[in-house]
Structure formats: structure tokens, C-alpha cells
Design a protein around this ligand. Structure first.
Ligand code: PLP
Length: 430
């Protein structure tokens, strides 16, 4: 496979773009090698700058649940663009979007549109702090909530520590307010609340963790968080930027039957345009300006093109059987990969929630926490990644990212992927 044009573009990109990319994982640092540059996409396929075609399991990191360049979404965007790109003033499309989000996610009574998932989680945190008058927050190891200062924090290993920044530029004084706990460890959450409960504004959690590969919540974990927040008067924030409209039409909260106080959304809700949203209980959301004193704003918030793409996407994913079909396709993929790995004698397993999946090179029969993810064979994943790429299959260029299937993936796409993987697993076994 010739990729010289991508390589040339990467060399050129590094002249004026830090690391040649506008978001770090795109640089292939985790897997080695140089990134592919893409020129177009349609359905389940990506076409790179050299004209090579790939079956895509990244889906722009989640938004492209209908597949790329869905004709109805493109038509909605073109139609709206002809009427103006941005007004900085209210539009009917925003009303339709708010009504639709509140109908699909019943815990959301009021919703504010923003332009990214990061803005959504940042604003939800500020609101939770403003509402409770408390400063500390809890997040979980391995969960990513965007590049919000307060959320770029990791805990020291082992016991709970007050947060240390994991990026220079995050003030230590701010990081100290973030307590990072182990995902799926409810006892640690209980102990932490017993010590600091009265000063904890919020727990923020990915209800299915998708930024340490794909880790579903342990039975009772999300309900336990709900109960603890109720007991201590803290705000439960579900970061559904990835899971919202991905693991089911009503998000992870619909799938597991847990009502958070606030929800952050992004990715699918914009249909591929830059969009995020946060919303939740009326009593809390009424604290946001202009109704209340907690400030939040955006020049392009509720942008009409983004609303048009998002609304069309939400309409199409609301079709009967959309999620059962998508989940079945994803299961065909995860099962097929596991069988192919087993046949080649490669220790390997998968996780799956709806149309979100994780691949793990491990002897463990189930991967349920951050430590197990970290113990997986990263070098083997990297070899797998590059060999699959050579077979025309594009998985996420990192062992720590979830994969995504779209409605455009056909049975033939899945068969082609599994057949390629069977070959690659055999190579890896030698
Ligand atoms: N929250 C979660 C769970 C995410 O996966 C991401 C991005 O991947 C974000 C927040 C940040 O969203 P954005 O990249 O749109 O700022």
C-alpha cells in the first residue's frame, strides 16, 4: 500500500502545526509510524490522500453513527448553509433541538448547546459548583472529559491522593480540588464521601468508560453513585459525550436506568459538526445565565449548520430497530474477532456496549478496570493495528480508545474485517 502523499503531507504539516496535528492522538504516537491524511469518506469507508480505501471503526471518534457523508445529513447542511452560516441570535432549529434532546433523555429538562464536549463538561462542572456552593469534584482514573483544567488530573497510585495535575499549565491549586478514584470501585467512593462529603460538589463519570478502551460499569456502580450523591447533596454528572445516542437512543442512562442530575453530550448530537450540550434538572439548570448567576456563553453556540446536521442525525437514529441492528452488527464484529484470535491461539478478548467496543490483548477473560487495561499487551495491539491498516481496516490508533460501528457498516465489511484479522492473528502467533 502506497502512502507517500500522507507522508509528504505529514512532513509539511509539522512546519506550522504542533506535531503536525490539531489533536494529539491523530499523530500515531501511541502506535508508532506516521498518520494517514484523509481526503474523503462515504458510508463505512475512508479514502486517504493516496487514494487507499479503509473500513473505518473510528467514525471521527464517535459522531459518524450513520456512516460518513450520509446523503440526508449532507442535504440538511447544504440547505441550511444557503440560508446563512451563523446569526449569533436565536433560531427555530435550536428550539427543535432542545425539544428533541429533552424527549430522548428524560433526565434533561433544560439544555444549553455549546460547541464541543469539552465546553459541555467544563460548563456542567461550573454549574454543579455554583449550585452546591462546594469546590471539590470526583472523577475516575482512565475517564477523559475533554481538556478542562480541573479534569486533567490523575491520582497517585494506590491510595487516594489529592489531585496532582497531569499536564503542565494546570494550576496545582485547582488540581487539588479534583479527587481521582478507581472506576468501578464503589467502596472507594463511599470512603471518600465519608471524609469529604460535605465539600464535594459533583461526581463526573463516563457511564461506560470509552477513553481507557471500553469498560462497562460494574453492576450496581452507577446506582451506587446515584445513591451517594443523593445522600450527600452532590450533583451526579454523566459525561455522555461518547455514550449519548451511541449505546442506545436514550444514552447510557436509558440503558442502565439511572437518572443523573446533569448530562454532558457531544459527538453524535452534532452529526459530524462541532457541537456539545449540557442539561439536566430544571432546578439546577435555572442557575445558568441569563436565568441565574452561573455564567456560560458562546459566539457559535446553537450554530444553525450544526443544529441542522444534529437534528437530521437524531431523526434518522430514532428509526425503529436502528439500535438493535447496530448492536447486532457490532456483536458480529466482536464475536468474529474473538473467534479468529482463539483459532490462532492469541490471548485476546473484547468488550461491547451497543455500537461501542474495545479490543484487549490479554489472558484475562474479562477486562473491567483501568489496571487491567494497563496490563494488556500494548506492543501486540500496535502490531495488530498496523497490520490491519495494511489490510485496509482503520481501527483507532491507540490501545486506549473505544471503537465504533456505524449503520453504514455492512455484513460484508464485518466479514472482510474478520477475515483480515484472522490473517493478522496468525502472523502475530508466529
Ligand atoms: N467527554 C468524553 C467522554 C469524550 O470522549 C470526549 C472526547 O473524546 C470529551 C468529553 C471531549 O469532547 P471534545 O473533544 O468534543 O471537546
Amino acid at each position: 500500500m502506497v502512502t507517500t502523499r500522507s507522508q509528504d503531507l505529514f512532513t509539511a504539516a509539522q512546519q506550522h502545526i504542533p506535531g503536525g496535528v490539531n489533536s494529539p492522538v491523530r499523530a500515531f504516537r501511541g502506535v508508532g509510524g506516521t498518520p494517514l491524511f484523509f481526503q474523503s469518506a462515504a458510508g463505512s469507508k475512508l479514502i486517504d490522500a493516496d487514494g487507499n480505501s479503509y473500513i473505518d471503526y473510528v467514525g471521527s471518534w464517535g459522531p459518524m453513527i450513520l456512516g460518513h457523508a450520509h446523503p440526508d445529513v449532507i442535504a440538511a447542511v447544504i440547505n441550511q448553509a444557503a440560508h446563512g452560516l451563523s446569526f449569533g441570535a436565536p433560531t427555530e432549529l435550536e428550539v427543535q433541538m432542545a425539544d428533541k434532546v429533552c424527549a430522548l433523555i428524560p433526565s434533561i429538562e433544560l439544555v444549553r448547546m455549546v460547541s464541543s464536549g469539552t465546553e459541555a463538561t467544563m460548563s456542567a462542572l461550573r454549574l454543579a459548583r455554583g449550585y452546591t456552593g462546594r469546590d471539590k469534584i470526583i472523577k475516575f482514573e482512565g475517564c477523559y472529559h475533554g481538556h478542562v483544567d480541573a479534569l486533567l488530573v490523575k491520582a497517585g497510585s494506590g491510595m487516594l491522593t489529592l489531585g496532582e495535575p497531569s499536564s503542565p499549565g494546570v494550576p496545582a491549586a485547582l488540581a487539588e480540588l479534583t479527587l481521582t478514584l478507581r472506576y468501578n470501585d464503589l467502596d472507594q467512593v463511599r470512603d471518600t464521601f465519608a471524609k469529604f462529603g460535605d465539600s464535594i460538589a459533583a461526581i463526573i463519570v463516563e457511564p461506560v468508560a470509552g477513553n481507557m478502551n471500553c469498560i462497562p460499569p460494574a453492576p450496581g456502580f452507577l446506582q451506587g453513585l446515584r445513591d451517594i450523591c443523593d445522600r450527600y447533596g452532590s450533583v451526579l454528572i454523566f459525561d455522555e459525550v461518547m455514550t449519548g445516542f451511541r449505546v442506545g437512543l436514550n444514552g447510557a442512562q436509558g440503558l442502565y436506568g439511572i437518572k443523573p442530575d446533569l448530562t454532558a453530550l457531544g459527538k453524535v448530537i452534532g452529526g459530524g459538526m462541532p457541537v456539545g450540550a449540557f442539561g439536566g434538572r430544571r432546578e439546577i439548570m435555572e442557575k445558568i445565565s441569563p436565568l441565574g448567576p452561573v455564567y456560560q456563553a458562546g459566539t457559535l453556540s446553537g450554530n444553525p449548520i450544526a443544529m441542522a446536521a444534529g437534528l437530521k442525525t437524531l431523526e434518522l437514529i430514532s428509526a425503529p430497530d436502528f439500535y438493535s441492528n447496530l448492536t447486532a452488527t457490532t456483536t458480529q464484529l466482536t464475536q468474529g474477532l474473538m473467534q479468529a484470535a482463539a483459532a490462532a491461539g492469541i490471548p485476546f478478548t473484547t468488550n461491547q456496549v451497543g455500537a461501542m467496543f474495545g479490543l484487549f490483548f490479554t489472558n484475562a477473560s474479562a477486562v473491567t478496570n483501568y489496571a487491567q487495561v494497563m496490563a494488556c499487551q500494548q506492543a501486540q495491539f500496535n502490531s495488530f493495528f498496523h497490520a490491519m491498516l495494511a489490510h485496509g481496516v482503520y481501527f483507532a490508533p491507540s490501545a486506549y480508545e473505544a471503537g465504533f460501528v456505524s449503520a453504514a457498516h455492512s455484513a460484508v465489511d464485518i466479514d472482510t474485517t474478520v477475515t483480515a484479522a484472522a490473517d493478522v492473528f496468525k502472523q502475530l502467533a508466529h
